[in-house]
Write a protein that binds this ligand. Structure first.
Ligand code: KG4
Ligand code: ZN
Length: 348
């Protein structure tokens, strides 16, 4: 079964074809980062218009690369939510129109389920059950995962997500959007121990996170040290020290809670997904910490950590069995809890 996946929830147009037998056949991505950079963040209306321009040429490109035509497809998966409403509508309408024209199912996919299952695209592929650390721009969550659609929430953020903490503190340091990768690069030049920031909720005794205090701590420090209290005016070397400490604080908390979650759920496998999962310091810390406890960590390839069409095609393919062609009335869900999902009929 071949499924086309379309991701348009935010600022990347991602398209891919996944085959339930042969695996990922082709994928393509257009990122809007350069377009939004001047505004310091994603401008929803510009994002929607750009998805409209990109999505059909990307579909043609992946089909060509996979050596397929539209007639070879068995389903069209699209991100139904959560995300920006206008951006989601682009993928939903294109997928539903194609499904209608081809008389094959249009499959609504939860964006976070896509992230959560994305390590299944990699080799070696983790078996269920596993604990998933989902760290994206809007989410920092831990789940006990026992199958497709079986997600038990173990821990959640009380305020900012880890990606948001990277992005907001990077902005304070005058780094360009998106802040996470820029801050990680700057951190490479920092001196360990030269700055000290809190590790929020590290000793909270539960698996929840809170990252908004980190941003306040960076601001407070800047008010003391920087000319006029503006963090951007700190010397380069000091910014690098701060970047390293911010990254270490986030990594310390994420790693400690993920390892505690494995113990609490009685699992040996940890899966890390979402944009912050591309952070190399986090990857290294988790690898060391989890293997020391006799466990194993699984990641998607770096290209599939951030938003992409492959994870949507995969999640759609895992939900294809039992899906019916015929219902092309679509609705997007800008807000949508992952734990509200149920197991697909065929896998129940
Ligand atoms: O999963 P994602 O691409 O989009 C959402 O669904 O939110 O995650 C984007 C987030 C952003 O906050 C970005 O700064 C962060 O992932 N990110 C990183 C890195 N690459 C992306 N954070 C830290 N280090 C990175 N290398
Ligand atoms: Zn995402």
């Amino acid at each position: 079964m071949k499924v086309l996946g379309i991701e348009t929830s935010c600022d990347e147009t991602g398209v891919a074809v996944y085959d339930t037998v042969a695996g990922l056949l082709a994928h393509a991505l257009h990122t809007q980062v350069a377009m939004h950079r001047d505004y310091g963040g994603v401008v929803p209306e510009l994002a929607s218009r750009d998805h409209i321009r990109r999505v059909v040429p990307l579909i043609e490109k992946v089909l060509h690369e996979a050596g397929l035509t539209l007639g070879d497809l068995d389903g069209i998966a699209y991100t139904q939510g959560p995300g920006l409403a206008g951006a989601l509508l682009v993928g939903a309408s294109v997928a539903s129109a194609l499904g209608y024209a081809l008389r094959i199912p249009a499959l609504p996919v939860h964006h976070l389920e896509g992230h959560l299952l994305s390590p299944l695209l990699a080799t070696p592929r983790p078996d269920f059950p596993f604990v998933a650390l989902l760290v994206s721009g809007g989410h920092s969550q831990l789940f006990d995962v026992t199958g497709v659609g079986r997600y038990r929430l173990l821990g959640d953020t009380q305020d900012d997500a880890a990606g948001e903490a990277f992005d907001k503190t990077a902005k304070l340091l005058g780094l360009p959007y998106p802040g996470g990768p820029a801050l990680a690069r700057l951190a490479e030049q920092g001196t360990p121990g030269a700055a000290r920031l809190p590790r929020p909720m590290l000793a909270s005794g539960n698996l929840d996170f809170s990252f908004s205090g980190l941003k306040t701590a960076v601001l407070t420090l800047a008010r003391k040290e920087a000319a006029g209290g503006a963090t951007e005016s700190l010397p380069f070397a000091r910014k690098a020290d701060l970047a390293l400490e911010i990254q270490s604080a986030i990594v310390d908390v994420l790693a400690a809670k993920a390892i505690a979650a494995l113990a609490q759920a009685g699992r040996k496998r940890l899966v890390v997904a979402g944009g912050v999962g591309a952070n190399l310091a986090l990857r290294e810390r988790l690898r060391a910490g989890v293997t020391a406890e006799g466990g194993e960590v699984f990641y998607p390839d770096l290209a599939f950590c951030t938003d992409n069409g492959a994870m949507i095609a995969l999640a759609g393919a895992l939900r294809l069995a039992g899906a019916q062609a015929g219902d092309y009335v679509f609705e997007v869900r800008p807000r949508w809890e992952l734990t509200s999902l149920t197991t697909p009929a065929a896998a129940a």
